[in-house]
Design a protein around this ligand. Structure first.
Ligand code: NAI
Length: 308
């Protein structure tokens, strides 16, 4: 299994590190536009191999896509991250051009590739890849729900004062501060609905802190986070590489599912060797359905700024 990660910055390097550490891939190619940067990150990571005990070969290139030929999976993390106070949507002007160009290069050298889109605004960037790559829809997956759900579980465990492994929960809809939909109604602690343990104020706290999870970190770090995003991508790549058929919320092109069409939004899906094996239909409450539709309207508006 060969994986390309475009963008060797904070998130791209973290992806490569987690993928290598889990030792399920033979090769990871890092690509960046900054001269020598991907080569340097690859060399540094390779020098952890004997320390961390992995055999994955990590190489880097400054924009030579012939080195990515035959990739099974490619992760697009290239582009600018937000600064404190910025929304993800404000990144569209610069990132759309980068994502489009990177997609063309990837598909040219790996026509069978499965693309995982990370660059923000992610739901719109995933939509752009659908519109420009020519790949079938099951091969384009946006990463947002895996990360947002991990942040939701973190906040649930905090409020419940429980170990993370006791809690389960999922975030769907948009990967944005306002459009995220943490499904509190379905979240559980050891199989029991969390609503039985948490007061209304605690429930509100968990939902709000989950939605601004990325913004909170951006404020603390001065740029967006990378450990949890990298780990979330590695879980998705592993599900594909090992054909795990694992349920992961991802931003996918909807054609009628959840009442939406011609839009990429976060929904639970089974991820396996083919990329998206199927979309899972969970029953939403009336309020959740409304929030999902509102998130779709907001993403559609951002998509309107795209030029193909
Ligand atoms: P970063 O600035 O650390 O790294 C981005 C890298 O992309 C840089 O090294 C830059 O040289 C490279 N790059 C720019 N144009 C390129 C091109 N045409 N070809 C190849 N490489 C190119 O940024 P960071 O923190 O890694 O974030 C990357 C993106 O991921 C941002 O758009 C950020 O908003 C997004 N992100 C998305 C998350 C999600 O859940 N979907 C989570 C965290 C970040």
């Amino acid at each position: 299994m060969k994986v390309t990660v475009v963008g060797a910055g904070a998130v791209g390097a973290s992806c490569a590190e987690y993928i290598a550490m889990k030792n399920f891939c033979s090769e990871v190619v890092l690509v960046d536009i900054k001269e020598g940067f991907a080569e340097g990150k690859a060399m540094d990571l390779m020098q952890t191999a004997s320390l961390n005990g992995f055999d994955t070969k990590i190489t880097g290139t400054t924009g030579d896509y012939s080195k990515t030929a035959g990739s099974h999976v490619a992760v697009i993390t290239s582009g600018i991250p937000r600064k404190p106070g910025m929304t993800r949507e404000e990144l569209i002007g610069i990132n759309a051009g980068i994502v489009k160009e990177v997609t063309e290069n990837l598909v040219k050298h790996s026509p069978e590739v499965i693309i995982i889109v990370v660059s923000n605004p992610m739901d719109t960037m995933a939509y752009l890849v659908h519109k420009t790559s020519g790949l079938p829809k099951h091969k384009i997956i946006g990463m947002g729900g895996a990360l947002d759900s991990a942040r939701f579980k973190y906040r649930l465990a905090e409020a419940l004062e429980a170990p993370i492994s006791d809690v389960d929960g999922m975030v769907i809809a948009a990967h944005s501060d306002t459009g995220m939909l943490p499904l509190l109604s379905k979240a559980t602690r050891n199989g029991v609905p969390v609503t039985e343990f948490l007061s209304e104020d605690q429930q509100k706290y968990v939902i709000e802190e989950t939605k601004v999870g990325g913004a909170t970190l951006t404020k603390l770090l001065g740029t967006s986070a990378w450990y949890a995003p990298g780990a979330a991508v590695s879980v998705m790549v592993q599900a594909i590489a090992c054909d795990q058929k694992k349920m992961i919320p991802c931003s996918l092109m909807l054609e009628g599912e959840y009442g939406q069409n011609d839009i990429c939004l976060g929904v639970p899906a089974i991820i396996g060797a083919n990329g998206v094996e199927s979309i899972v239909n969970v029953t939403l409450t009336a309020e959740e359905q409304l929030k999902f539709a509102e998130a779709a309207n907001a993403v559609r508006e951002v998509n309107g700024d795209l030029k193909f």
